[in-house]
Design a protein around this ligand. Structure first.
Ligand SMILES: [Zn+2]
Length: 304
């Protein structure tokens, strides 16, 4: 458990037994506990241990705030609801129907993860509609008297939102501010299918920057305090991987060759800055082959 500010902390879910892949966050106050992005069901034992360290259990959680519905962020939500039917779920209105009925979400994820669905994510239960509090950005949520602004930050996912506390300067940005497994490491944009949109994503980075946050908390992984340089690097790398994808698509050869060229280019860029072991951690947080598929889909649908 790591404290970010009074009543605001994050913890490592030790996803797949590995450190620094998925962070979950807790807001604690006399109002009860808010969990931001509880992670997948497979790491629920870790989540419950972290709650115990706060002197709490799932029954004390009053709300789950989701940055987006991808299973590494939101997979455990329905299971938490089964354990505690009183908690409410804040999620963007476009993601909300897929939490209530996860069948399309599971079909879409199944196309990416195949027989790894169970081992990676575990059970994914529907969230009762009555528990869902849909947002679209622009709302102000409160916890313990502290306001948290909600902003719509699409690009990685069409239904992605971020949460910002002006009192503390902390912004929970999910995957919008990229993946940076270790402090100071390469800032990689995770670009899996199905709804990557590079211009929207760049606009979302401007939205986050306009908050003037002092810390960004990434799901993969943890806080960064050098906000301006972090966002500048992500902007550069988002444009770079977009260029790589377009170049790969103009190369002759079959699609697997194009994919290999794209993923090699990313690996080359990253190994300028880090070793193989660190590179592997990035690929657990977001597979490079899926980054290729997400960008290829974006480009081939006419995205610019
Ligand atoms: Zn993620």
């Amino acid at each position: 458990m790591h404290t970010l500010a009074a009543g605001t902390s994050y913890a490592d879910l030790m996803f797949q037994g590995l450190p620094r892949i998925i962070a979950t966050a807790f807001l604690t106050s006399t109002d009860g506990i808010v969990v931001i992005d509880p992670g997948p069901s497979t790491s629920l034992p870790a989540l419950e241990r972290h709650l115990a360290a706060l002197g709490a259990q799932v029954a004390d959680v009053t709300a789950v705030w989701l940055t987006h519905i991808h299973l590494d962020h939101a997979g455990a939500t329905g299971t938490l609801l089964r354990k505690n039917p009183r908690l409410s779920v804040v999620v963007h209105e476009v993601g909300a129907p897929h939490m209530a009925d996860p069948s399309r979400l599971l079909a879409s994820a199944g196309r990416l993860y195949g027989d790894q669905m169970g081992p990676l994510w575990g059970e994914v239960l529907p969230v009762p509609v009555t528990a869902i509090r849909p947002v679209r950005g622009g709302e102000v949520l409160t916890n313990g008297g502290r306001p948290w602004r909600v902003a719509y930050t699409p690009g990685h996912a069409s239904h992605h939102v971020s949460f910002f506390s002006p009192d503390t300067g902390i912004a929970f940005v999910g995957d919008t501010a990229g993946v940076q497994v270790m402090p100071g490491g390469f800032v990689l944009p995770p670009t899996p299918p199905p709804d990557i949109d590079v211009p929207q994503w760049l606009q979302s980075l401007a939205t986050i920057e306009a908050w003037r946050p002092s810390s960004l908390v990434l799901t993969h992984f943890g806080p960064t305090h050098t906000v301006a340089s972090h966002l500048a690097e992500l902007r550069d790398h988002l444009q770079m991987v977009d260029r790589f994808a377009r170049e790969a698509m103009t190369r002759s050869g079959e699609e697997p060759d194009q994919e290999a060229w794209f993923t090699d280019r990313i690996r080359m860029e990253m190994t300028r800055r880090m070793g193989e072991a660190d590179l592997r951690a990035y690929q657990v947080a977001g597979r490079f082959d899926l980054n290729w598929r997400g960008l290829r889909r974006f480009v081939s649908r006419g995205g610019r």
